[in-house]
Design a protein around this ligand. Structure first.
Ligand code: 6PG
Length: 248
């Protein structure tokens, strides 16, 4: 069964965060009622900074004691490195909320090889979700961004990991300057009950149109297809400015 796809365009980050916090509350409440926990995978990058900071503010009455936070992807750098996604999420969110360290599942990026980090993260996922080799975890929520080249998570255009259909997490060895990475694979992301793309800024308007209206199937973000859940694009006016018409 194909999931549903929704597109929402908001005025600014404040409106986006208000919507996302309501959605987070609903999804976490439903997940905890049904399964006793809420498993969410967060992306790095700059776009989610504002949202994570808003999420961390007090009086949001969020169920942090039953929330388990994972990462969508990570750079192969020490967790204290300024380029670490974990460090960004820790500084904007985790340090400000009352959450047990047992509920935070980092990608062990400090392993000597990205492959070792990916294999250890896969083990973490299999142990947490209690799944055997041939099954995939079902996150309750995955928050994604989109790069100007159409990448999402650390799934880059033309990368051979786009074809990975068995492993849960893989290393991404970049042949350009930058850091090697570890990322969740497409099957894991697409199994999530809710996938929310958070995209803002004029510099993303053309790639958003490529993905949402031109259906440019060469772009990794276009491969994010809901298998049985809900796919929601949350944009600000700038990122949505090239679209012919999106629900507000
Ligand atoms: C990362 C992210 C990556 C990000 C996009 C968008 O490790 O950088 O996981 O997939 O979501 O690159 O990044 P910005 O939000 O900074 O534009």
């Amino acid at each position: 069964m194909d999931g549903t796809r929704k597109i929402f365009v908001f005025h600014d980050q404040r409106e986006i965060s208000n919507y996302l916090i309501k959605k987070w509350k609903y999804i976490s409440g439903e997940s905890i009622r049904k399964r006793g926990y809420f498993a969410v995978a967060l992306s790095g990058g700059k776009t989610p900074l504002y949202f994570y900071s808003e999420l961390a503010k007090p009086k949001k009455e969020l169920p942090w004691d039953r929330t388990h936070i994972f990462l969508v992807d990570e750079r192969h750098v020490p967790l204290s490195d300024s380029n670490s996604n974990y460090r960004m999420i820790k500084e904007t969110l985790l340090n400000k909320i009352n959450i047990s360290k047992d509920n935070i599942h980092t990608i062990p990026a400090e392993e000597s090889l990205p492959l070792d980090s990916a294999q250890k993260y896969e083990e973490t996922l299999r142990n947490f979700f209690h799944i055997p080799k041939d099954e995939f975890p079902e996150f309750d929520l995955v928050i994604l961004g989109i790069g100007e080249d159409g990448h999402t998570a650390s799934l880059f255009p033309g990368s051979d990991v786009m074809g990975e259909r068995n492993r849960l997490a893989v290393p991404v060895i970049l042949d350009k300057p930058g850091y090697n990475r570890i990322t969740l694979t497409l099957p894991v992301i697409n199994k999530a009950r809710y996938i929310i793309f958070l995209v803002t800024g004029k510099n993303k308007a053309s790639i958003v149109k490529e993905v949402l209206e031109k259906g440019n199937t060469s772009l990794p973000a276009s491969f994010i297809k809901q298998e049985k859940g809900k796919l929601i694009f949350v944009l600000d006016n700038e990122a949505g400015s090239h679209l012919s018409g999106a629900k507000r």
